[in-house]
Every structure is written in structure tokens, then in C-alpha cells.
Design a protein. Sequence first.
Length: 181
Amino acid sequence: MKKQEINFTVKYPLVDANEDILREELPKFDFMNPPVDPIEFAYDLTEHMLHYNGIGLAANQLGLPYRVFAIRSDPVLVCYNLEIVDHSPEQVLLDEGCLTFPNLFFKVNRPESIKVRYQEPNGEFQTKLFTGMTSRAIQHENDHLDGILFIDRVSNLVLDMARKKSKKYERQLTVDEDFNM
């Protein structure tokens, strides 16, 4: 999928993987005294997610301490203050990646379905059941808001192997780019 470039200016660059904000459990977004307009920020977060070509994007990945994320779906889903209230006992092991760790992929075990309660950008509460990739993306992004990175979900051995594979891939990209010049 192509990056959306029409009338878009990056307001918030992706933060480095070592930034403290990625390890913080973020406080609930206060709709009674919002630090930013929640509807406008939902739009900004969605535009940044599309620009960075992510399946999802949490506010703290942009360095912002707001408990909100966007998920690429139809329509895009923006969740403030999400809580997972129930999950299926069935687990699914699938490959995941993360905008915070480009070109790093490995299998992560997560519940197949989840029931969540969250607030929409207008502050209204919703309770919904999600399955499949939407469920997985919500769990991944909600982890970000709890200060948990997807690298925390695997063993050191799996992480080391994935990092080696990532470095090999990046070297190959460099060789291919040099060859095509």
C-alpha cells in the first residue's frame, strides 16, 4: 500500500525505540479537560498511521502521552482509554512487526478474540468484540499504552534470531540499492 502524501505534513516523527515514553503506562485521556482536541487528534493520529504505513499507531510512538491509538480497518478505528474486559482462551501464534522496530518480525502469541470497552473521539463509550487481525492489532497497540513493547512478548533467543534476520535483510536492501544506482 502506498504512503498517503496528499496535503500531509508530519507533525510528530516516530520516536526512537529507546525513548522512555514507550515504557510508561499512560494515564487515561481526560475528556473533561482534554490536553488536545480529541477529534482533531484522532484525525492527526490516523494520518500519521497512514503516512508511516502502519497497521496501527499509538500516540506514545509519536512521543505524546495520550492513551489513544488508531487501527487500520474499514473504517479506521480510533480508541481512547481502551480496556480489555474479556478475552478468549484460544491463543493464536502469528507474525507481528512494529513501526518502532522497522524490519523486525517474529511470532507472538495472543488471544484470538477480545471484548473491549473504549471511548470514541467524541467521548462516547463503546463495548465491542473483535477477532482476527483487528483483535491482534488492538492488543499490540494497547500494549504500547501500557508501556509493553512487542519485543517483551518473546524470549531472548527468538528476539536475537529476529534481530539477526533483520540485519541481514537491511544489508541486502543496501546491496540492492547500490546495485540499482
